[in-house]
Write a protein that binds this ligand. Structure first.
Ligand code: NAD
Ligand code: WQD
Length: 332
């Protein structure tokens, strides 16, 4: 399948991996990103991986003029919308910025897509829309509950997208816990600000920038007492976007699907897996629960399999090994 695809936030962690997957599948992706949370080196890295020039529009996704120009100068068959703010703690400190970028950005994008007659969209949503889950693995039909302003922005965006009407086809992808890096060692999670997510923190410990990992709670109602998550390799996740786009472009209509593995790992299991990757035990201690954390997040995966033919392929060892390789090759 061919055609130009606009990737908002395409220089970021998940967007850059999806760029590679789309290129490999025969699409022509174009990045629109203001690089607030991406490195300037990403386009050149993408060129090295794909062996082709990487078109980049440096703009804010809320900039309607820039969007209008992008649609006028290209022939996009669909859009994948990654551009958003994504840190839960920041969203509690500064909710209005989250509403502005995440909801305002989607509104600007939808208005310009509509004006250009391009009405195929894949949207980055999150398992966070489920709030504290009553059913694990969690089906897509589970009620949505905002646990924080970030979660509220994803629920609000999903609601807006669900009511666009029959001219539109939208794929809402609810990612569980993306982790790992590209096999080349050239792309990975490269947050500008320090991350509080588990894998980046483990990397900080392994590289000596942090003394030890605090495991947030060992008294959850889980097999070893630590919280369980569904970690999905970012290359598997990227492939999910290709399948979602194909379904939309083949006229199969919209979908809301979880993208996860359906297999949970506890924080302790993650520490073991990462210790194997680095070849030594990762220093850690048990600390208090982190406020707002839920005991278990685990995806029901049958809908993604049925509607998109999506199945994950990568193992936990591949997640840990690739994340470690990426951090070793990009230690600055
Ligand atoms: P990221 O920060 O690496 O990528 C987002 C990209 O969007 C960055 O390159 C950033 O520069 C760009 N961006 C942000 N605001 C922008 C704006 N106003 N205009 C133009 N560009 C802008 O994050 P990511 O992990 O790749 O996440 C991508 C999407 O997936 C986000 O929508 C996020 O909410 C969602 N998501 C992420 C996770 C996760 O754990 N990483 C989980 C679930 C959902
Ligand atoms: C994973 C597990 C922590 C750090 C967040 C967002 C979610 C989605 C993905 C965007 C948890 C434990 C972590 C540490 C620890 N993002 N942990 N010590 O919280 O599952 O999900 O990212 O949509 O919306 O909430 O991910 O990587 O922060 O934590 O023990 O220093 O690791 O308690 O059980 P989380 P995470």
């Amino acid at each position: 399948m061919a055609g130009q695809i606009l990737l908002t936030g395409g220089a970021g962690y998940i967007g850059s991996h999806t760029y590679v997957a789309l290129h490999a599948a025969g699409f022509s992706p174009v990045i629109l990103d203001d690089f607030r949370n991406a490195r300037d080196a990403v386009p050149e890295r993408l060129e090295r991986i794909t062996g082709a020039p990487v078109p980049v529009i440096r703009a804010d996704v809320r900039d309607r003029d820039a969007l209008a120009r992008a649609f006028a100068e290209n022939d996009f068959v669909a859009v994948v919308h990654f551009a958003a703010l994504k840190a839960v703690a920041d969203s509690m400190a500064d909710p209005v910025s989250y509403y502005d970028v995440n909801i305002g950005g989607l509104i600007a994008l939808l208005a310009e897509m509509d004006a250009a007659g391009c009405r195929r969209l894949v949207f980055s949503s999150s398992a966070t829309v489920y709030g504290e889950t009553e059913e694990n693995p969690t089906p897509e039909t589970h009620p949505r509950r905002a646990a924080n302003p970030y979660g509220l922005t994803k629920i609000t965006c999903e609601g807006m997208l669900e009511h666009l009407g029959p001219d539109w086809a939208v794929g809402i992808l609810r990612y569980f816990n993306p982790a790992g890096a590209h096999g080349s060692g050239l792309l990975g999670e490269d947050a500008r600000s320090p991350s509080q997510n588990l894998m980046p923190v483990m990397i900080e410990v392994a590289t000596g920038r942090r003394e030890r990992l605090d495991i947030f709670g060992d008294d959850y109602d889980t097999p070893d007492g630590t919280a369980v998550r569904d970690y999905i390799h970012v290359e598997d996740l990227a492939r999910g976007h290709v399948l979602s786009l194909r379904a939309l472009l083949e006229g199969k209509g919209g979908h809301i699907v979880n993208l996860g593995t359906g297999r949970g790992y506890s924080v302790r299991e993650m520490v073991e897996g990462f210790s194997d990757a680095i070849g030594r035990p990762l220093p850690h201690r048990i600390a208090a629960r982190r406020p707002g954390d839920v005991p278990i997040y685990l995806a029901r995966t049958d809908r993604a399999a049925e509607l998109l033919g999506f199945r994950t392929e990568k193992t936990l060892a591949e997640i840990c090994d690739s994340a470690w390789r990426w951090s070793m090759r990009n230690s600055d």
